[in-house]
Structures are given as C-alpha cells and as structure tokens.
Design a protein. Sequence first.
Lengths: 113, 110
Amino acid sequence: DGGITQSPKYLFRKEGQNVTLSCEQNLNHDAMYWYRQDPGQGLRLIYYSQIVNDFQKGDIAEGYSVSREKKESFPLTVTSAQKNPTAFYLCASSSEDYTDTQYFGPGTRLTVL
Amino acid sequence: GQNIDQPTEMTATEGAIVQINCTYQTSGFNGLFWYQQHAGEAPTFLSYNVLDGLEEKGRFSSFLSRSKGYSYLLLKELQMKDSASYLCAVPHSGNTPLVFGKGTRLSVIA
C-alpha cells in the first residue's frame, strides 16, 4: 500500500523540550511539506523540500527545523523556541513540483503541557 | 502573493445542493485545488481546475473562472457524511507550494 505515514498520532511533551515528528512516504514523490493547523484555521506552511538535502522555509518556520537526508523521509523538529507549539501537524507530498496535487499523511496532534 | 477568501460556515439539508465559493488573488495562476477535511483528519484531494469551466466528478463538481479569480465547489444530493471543511488552494506563482484558504465548514442536517 502506497502512502504517507506520520507517527505518532498523538504526542504530549513538556514545555521546553524539543520533539521530532516523523513523516515517511513510499509514493516516490520528490516534494514534501509540513503544515500546521490550529482550530478553525487553514493550513500554514512551515517547511518544504523538493529534493534531498535541500529545503526552504515556509510562512511560519521560526521555532522549527527539518532535514531531508532521504527522499522518503522529512522529519520535523519542534524546538523549545516555538512559542505556541500545540497544534495539529500535517505532512504532505507531491510527485514532482509544487504545483502537483498534494497528498497528506494522517497528521500528528502535538500537545505541549 | 495570494489572498484566498471562502465563507467560514454553511449549513444545508440532506439531499439538497450546496455551492461553496472561493475567490483568490494571485500574481500568477497555476490551477486551483479543492480538498475535503473531516474533523480531526487530514485533507483529501477532491478536484483540480486549471482551465475555465465546470469539471464534474460524481456528486461533486468544481467551476473556475480565471478572469474573475473565482471558483466554486458544487455538492449535489448531500449526505450526512459530507459534513466537513472544504479547503480551496492555489499555488504561488512560479514553482512554490500551495496556499490554502481557511476553509468552509459545511454542516449537513436532516
């Protein structure tokens, strides 16, 4: 079964701790994305990447970091510098470039206590 | 840049037809996407329009007018399971990712 997986589905952390969210895809897609969604809000772009070892900041990159060491993996680290980290985090991928259809993983709901 | 506007909420009756509008402003147009998102779940792709006109796909249709910066999603024979948020999205100009509207929360009532 091809798709995008994110783990875990729910994550709890104490304030001040860094946490890494996993995103893996076996669709052979080149482009991958991280979005954040707050209640009643649309999706806001955190980081995106079109090729291995290259990524760009989105609209709200402050307090986040990513890596793209493998084509199929795009982990997101939420650092202690992120002021309001509690949110629903969505990873997506598209086949070639940014104008292709994006397909989403199931999401990780992060709660910082 | 992009500015995308959608109504925040709509309510419609089971079996009816509903039209969800989206207006956008963009410096370069590369197509418009519609996604459906049930509460607590990930968005799923519904449709993509790059040319003017109506694209029909079963109970769902999507319309685009590039000259007016306007699109709508038409849902026919509404079912309770259609209660969800509907997100409109357009790519940035050039080779940059999608920008999403805040979504329209549709409630289907009996």
